[in-house]
Design a protein around this ligand. Structure first.
Ligand code: 16G
Length: 250
């Protein structure tokens, strides 16, 4: 990977940038997310560090690379893009499986607690009835997609360790799988901590989704707050004419 026949000095860094980009696309650094250090790269490309730095700045502006404060320069991998129907009640693991991605999670919190007033109200439980909290960073084939904070009344899952890789699989195995849910969506800007977890720039836009899911008998089994990366997820809804409008057309 040397820059042979380098053109005029002013465009040398552009050529370096293009070479570097081509190498990334062709999978040269596929086993790492971190770009090799300046010394190594300038040696590989046979250019000065100043030229290399300039090329990297351009690739950052283009979105091919990104800096993480104190950690170095990283390669932005192509992220999965997901179309999610808004009208189907499915869980993350199932959604990802259907799309050929491997669902994964990084656990952020798991335990049994007394509910906050908001949790008690949303779940319809008393202030002294325990709830399970499970917070996870959800991954699709290793790429962070969403942060989820799920709360479940302890009467449905007595012990937090009972929950396996999929909350919905666990609820189904216990005969408490939700059959209906209400969802509220709002556009937000991510705070620093959440942006870092999701691997995006601070203040990136995201979708905040609140889901309240019910059992067939109307009892509430789940209250989940999620932050979905808006660059990886499209929520799609199907619209049909209201019955009155349909009648008047016929
Ligand atoms: C989805 C649900 C979330 C549910 C989770 C279960 C949305 C917005 N949220 O992410 O409410 O708790 O799936 O997934 O769709 P799991 O079965 O993989 O744990």
């Amino acid at each position: 990977m040397t820059i042979a026949d380098a053109p005029a000095r002013a465009t040398l860094y552009t050529t370096v940038g293009e070479t570097l980009k081509r190498e990334i696309m062709s999978g040269r650094f596929a086993d790492t997310e971190v770009l090799p250090g300046e010394r190594e790269l300038s040696g590989l490309l046979n250019v000065s560090r100043t030229t290399l730095r300039r090329a990297i700045t351009d690739l950052v502006a283009e979105g091919v690379l990104y800096h993480r404060h104190g950690a170095g320069t990283f390669i932005r991998r192509a992220t999965p893009r997901v179309d999610q129907a808004l009208s189907r009640l499915t869980g993350f693991t199932q959604d990802m499986r259907l799309r050929g991605f491997v669902a994964g999670s990084r656990e952020l919190e798991r335990g049994a607690f007394l509910p906050t007033p908001e949790e008690a109200m949303m779940l319809g439980v008393g202030p002294n009835e325990g709830v399970i909290r499970l917070s996870r960073l959800r991954l699709a084939s290793e790429v962070p997609m969403a942060i989820e904070h799920a709360v479940i009344p302890q009467r449905y899952i007595p012990d937090p360790t009972m929950i396996g890789a999929s909350l919905y699989d666990t609820l189904e195995a216990r005969n408490f799988k939700p059959v209906r849910a209400l969802q509220r969506l709002r556009a937000i800007l991510l705070g620093d901590a959440d942006a870092k977890l999701l691997g995006v720039e601070p203040k990136s836009p995201a979708l905040y989704i609140q889901r309240i899911a019910y059992l067939a008998d109307g009892r509430c089994v789940e209250f989940t707050r999620s932050y979905y990366r808006s660059d990886t997820y499209d929520f799609v809804s199907e619209l049909t004419l209201a019955p009155t409008a349909r009648r008047s057309k016929a």
